[in-house]
Design a binder for this molecule. Sequence first.
Ligand code: ADP
Length: 423
Amino acid sequence: SFVSMAAAPMLTKLQQDCATPLPVLRNVASSMSDDIRAGLAVDGGSDLKMILSYVDSLPTGDEKGLFYALDLGGTNFRVLRVELGGKDKRVIAIESDQVSIPQELMSATSEELFDFIASALANFANKGGTFLEKKAGKDVVACLNEAMDRKGIDMRVSALVNDTVATLAGARYWDDDVMVAVILGTGTNACYVERMDCIPKLQGEFSPSGRTIVNLEWGAFSKGLPLTVFDRDMDAASINPGEQIFEKTISGMYLGEIARRALLHMAEEGSLFGKSVPEKLSMPFVLGTPDLSTMQQDGTEDLHTVGSVLYNVAGVESDLSSRKIVLEVCDTIVKRAARLAGAGIVILQKIEEDTEDAIFGKRTVVAMDGGLYERYPQYRRYLKKAVAELLGPETSQNIVIEHSKDGSGIGAALLAATNSKYG
Ligand code: ADP
């Protein structure tokens, strides 16, 4: 139709700007490896912080006993108790409790907040140690321990564990071949098992196993990414302009917003939805990544679901030809994101190059978690295809990309129990 004719060249331009052919992916993968090496050499040596976890023993599956973890989120927290019975029995029992943090506590003092958490924790577990998974910053250990003192609760927080590191440990509990963990949710991050003698900034420090988990904080990566004017505008309008560029290109918080900006442009300059521009489409973040996923699952001939999502979330009236363009926009943004995430996973190449134990010659597992990976089938497919393209047919047969659901709770508990830094 006439409408989509005007928007079609804009779509082509978007597709060109977002293209991730193999050379682009290779360049991203090798730049990421360079950043990793630079970040392992000295603190502040690269965009990637390469945070050492001080994990010196990874879960083996032999662990026995009762373990606790506390997962602090932004608006709620989860307490978890897991009873492990060793190699044969594995997880005997697992119990968890989700507690939402009352609205009034969000604006209260941090003391009041930690008192609340401490009480909820005490309700869940009456005795024993407590292990904490980190999401709320470094002071939480001290704050929680103080809160427990104030409340006369006989518990101690013994370790702070990053959630990506916990995911790797949790996956490793079941499978010794796990080398990398990647979170693709609202945000994104990755970590991997590194040899300590490949970490110059450790300055010769060693643990018995000679290995540790390194947290890349890869959301901060920024080199060689194919970006569009919509990415740049979104970044400029963000609370952290110029930062977390990889995260802003590949993670769940942003994909809907990038698509919205592209669609708004097409509506304004290309009459994608007719003469008038729907007002709601100008609202930042009105279109969520789950909306993109819902639209992309539409199997109806008239793209009925696409139409209703557009109408419900953005007040957009659309015909079939504009719906088709909307789907192409979604696909373009998601394909770029997933392929770039796949290029990130090819840091496996770096591990292969720097260690003697050739990981490409044997089964190697990448543990994936997060709502975006879990709930966006197209994202998963594009990611796996990019990894296969980059590694080639033979090598990629040995690389298993596996969804590790909810491993982080067990992982955090085990790491805290065996690698206590604050105990
Ligand atoms: P976290 O906020 O801790 O990352 P999750 O791992 O559950 O929590 O990820 C939630 C994110 O996953 C959401 O912010 C959203 O971006 C993405 N997401 C949730 N549901 C879907 C869906 N159906 N399709 C695509 N992405 C989704």
